[in-house]
Design a protein around this ligand. Structure first.
Ligand SMILES: C[S@@+](CC[C@H](N)C(=O)[O-])C[C@H]1O[C@@H](n2cnc3c(N)ncnc32)[C@H](O)[C@@H]1O
Length: 357
């Protein structure tokens, strides 16, 4: 089976059955599947066409497995679609396992929400100068996770609904909202299904970000959902990790090395990692995730294409999580910033856009 991949320069490193140093983390599962599943030579050929880089080998391996059962003349197209659905399943399992650990972690400050009725998350505090007064607004928070930012916006005076596709995240969000009597509604749904899941309701504010867009394969589909969720005059507030930051290899502690995609690509980048971004002793069983980057121009263009008017785009020299371990220090606002010459890198950005009609 592997000989069908041999001869492609991009995949050649795997033809002898050995992974390259540095790619092992992402390729562990791939090797298991790729070396164990091979029966159908024709399937491998299709997979070979879909696979353009070694870092995509895990995806290829998944397709490899499916292709043995489902290949037909339209095979490559169908397999490509199925990989996206499979990505959502893989990612949901990862978030479901992490949600209770996040709720228990000091980083999400659950106890501070309970102890202090005026407490809001560090993310929501950072946002205030650009977000402005949200009192009386009907807001929806896409990919709200365990609801701490959603509840923070409710504490700022908005009427909030949170949406997330991870049932365990939604359960944690509801538990906190109930305990605080925050009156926030949480809906379990994929972002791409949010319009239907919210019954066609529209909102004054769509709030999202801080590790949200990277889980979505298509930023233009996301922009369509945002526009449909907004009432005329409604506003998108997106504060997100900068795509330039996402493209850097976090395994380097002493250099900024561009390793991952900057532009959106159909295939996910596949990571296999034990940990999470908060303090916890929990050992996670689900370690594989599928993510996508979206260039800043692609995000802006996607919003313009659905008729949104860009009203603000500010790049920040800090980000809410320790994105490059070993190279960052914490700021007074509980953000993270490069210790050495932070002005070299846009760490995050705030984008605002309005639906005019
Ligand atoms: C890093 S968290 C969001 C961050 C949020 N700002 C926070 O820190 O609480 C990412 C969230 O996106 C959710 N998510 C990922 N893909 C999704 C999708 N396709 N539809 C809805 N939610 C999704 C996950 O379940 C997770 O709760």
């Amino acid at each position: 089976m592997l000989c069908d991949l041999r001869g492609r320069p991009e995949d050649g490193a795997f033809a002898d059955g050995r992974s390259r140093p540095g790619l092992e983390r992402r390729c562990r599962d791939a090797e298991l599947h790729a070396f164990g599943a091979g029966k159908e030579v024709r399937a491998a050929e299709v997979v070979g066409l879909l696979c353009c880089r070694p870092s995509m080998l895990a995806v290829t391996a998944e397709l490899f497995r499916w292709s043995a059962a489902t290949l037909d003349d339209a095979g490559s197209q169908r397999l490509s679609c199925r990989s996206v659905d499979r990505s959502a399943e893989i990612n949901r399992a990862s978030w479901d396992e992490r949600a209770p650990a996040h709720a228990a972690s000091p980083n999400y400050a659950r106890q501070q929400f309970i102890d202090d009725p005026s407490f809001v998350s560090a993310v929501a505090r950072f946002d205030v100068p650009l977000l402005g007064d949200v009192r009386g607004l009907r807001g929806v928070h896409l990919q709200c996770h365990i609801g701490t930012d959603t509840i923070s916006l409710a504490r700022h005076g908005a009427t909030m609904t949170g949406v997330d596709f991870s049932p365990l995240s939604v359960a944690e969000a509801r538990r906190l909202s109930d305990e605080l009597r925050a009156g926030v509604e949480f809906v379990e749904a994929d972002v791409y299904d949010a319009v239907a899941a919210l019954g066609g309701r529209t909102f004054d504010l769509v709030f999202t970000g801080v590790g949200a867009l990277c889980w979505l394969p298509s930023v233009s589909r996301w922009a369509t959902v945002v526009a449909e969720l907004l009432a005329p005059g409604g506003r998108l507030f997106l504060r997100e990790g900068h795509p330039m930051l996402w493209s850097l290899d976090e395994r380097h502690a002493d250099a900024l090395v561009v390793e991952y995609d900057y532009f959106e690509r159909p295939e996910p980048m596949v990571f296999d990692e034990q940990g999470t971004y908060v303090e916890t002793d929990v050992q996670f069983q689900t370690t594989v995730t599928h993510v996508w980057n979206h260039g800043l121009g692609e995000i802006v263009t996607a919003l313009l294409d659905v008729g949104m008017e860009l009203t603000g785009l500010v790049e920040h020299d800090s980000v809410p999580w320790e994105a490059l371990p070993g190279q960052m220090e914490q700021t007074a606002e509980r953000e993270w910033r490069l210790r050495d010459r932070p002005w070299r890198l846009p760490h995050s950005y705030t984008l605002q856009a309005v639906k005019r009609s």
